[in-house]
Design a protein. Sequence first.
Length: 73
Amino acid sequence: MPIFEYVCQDCDHPFETLVQGSQQPECPACGSAKLAKQFSAFAVKAGGGSLASDFPPACATCGDPRGPGACQL
């Protein structure tokens, strides 16, 4: 089930919802079906590469008690 982001065109309420098959979502604030689908910042990625390459490798040398890579060095 994909998660979609919408903004209601009647009350400007932004929200996310799970959409199944031919289900038509409605605004949870006002019940309107006049919705504008938004681009999800989570799903939009410019360029190439993998998600794992977007984060620096864990150094494991600082001794941060939260574990390797927790310090973001």
